[in-house]
Design a protein around this ligand. Sequence first.
Ligand SMILES: [Zn+2]
Length: 350
Amino acid sequence: MHCYICKALTGIVKRLSVLTFDYEIFFDGQNDLEHLITKTQKLTDIANHQSVPLSFFIDIAYLEALKRCGLHHEFKRIKDQLNWLSTCGHELQFHWHPHWITSTWNEEKKLWIFNKADYSWNGFVENHGMDKMIGALKLCLEIFKTEFDIVPCAFRMGGLAVEEPQHYLKTIENLGFTIETSVFPGFFKECKFFTTDHRKTPNKTHWKIDSQTGCFKEQQQGGILEIPISQAYTKELDFWKKANLSLNYRWLKWSSQEEEGTYAQSPMNLEVKKEILPRTASLDKADRATKMLFRSVTEQIWENGADFVLWLNHPKSLNLYSWSALRDYIDWVKNNSGQFITIETLKNKL
Ligand SMILES: [Zn+2]
């Protein structure tokens, strides 16, 4: 039954919203751990106050790198925060950025050194082989188990860079994952670090996949559930305005003083930013132009008959506007018979 009115009449409309956050630092080498910790803290203060569970996708290979490079103080700070998130009822899931596996820490310059060709799954496998990839995934799952007593069920690929042929599906299935959530229907991004092409997805809220046919084809049978990310695109003009401001073309900063806060994000290398700045809107990058977007998109998706929306955000990108955007959005969902839910709970309802 897809009709919203039919669903509403029979009382089975669920109006769910999942807030996911990729818990990670930028991959340009700058160690912006402080931003990650303080912004996550503020974010969860808001969520806890409103009794909203959040889903954090932990860039687990970053933790492995901290351990391996002897950054024990930093490791402990993150571990404490993640344990605290768990205690508060938030969900920790698996986020995978393979470039961390071959990363090294330059203590003198206080900088991470990456091989950016290892950023995507296929890039890493081409450079180092499948065995090294699987070994690293197992090691990181072990860190989840020993440090947090968690067996994550959902997997999200870094940069949403799910490239075909998707060897990784077979691998994550063998490792016990039952949810894949890296797909952003309609999204296309080609840059020198990776290609993300999600233009051929089924027109559905979720679907089953198997390792033979990949994330973009629905299967009757399949060990993995694909839960895609909801779309909210910034308008052309807003995007270019933001891109220019974000890239520090100061002379274009015609907006009011108040908007300064929008760009008070963690620092990011200009070259990398130019490459990966997306057209998509997310709550963490909300500004005056996009703040209301999430209400209207959520409403539209619900009214089109879908039970849930799922937003992708990043604690590291939260800004002055995000806090009020988040509070407003939470209030609006609750006032409109909506409910917040984690991915694991969502899976049981689908
Ligand atoms: Zn990521």
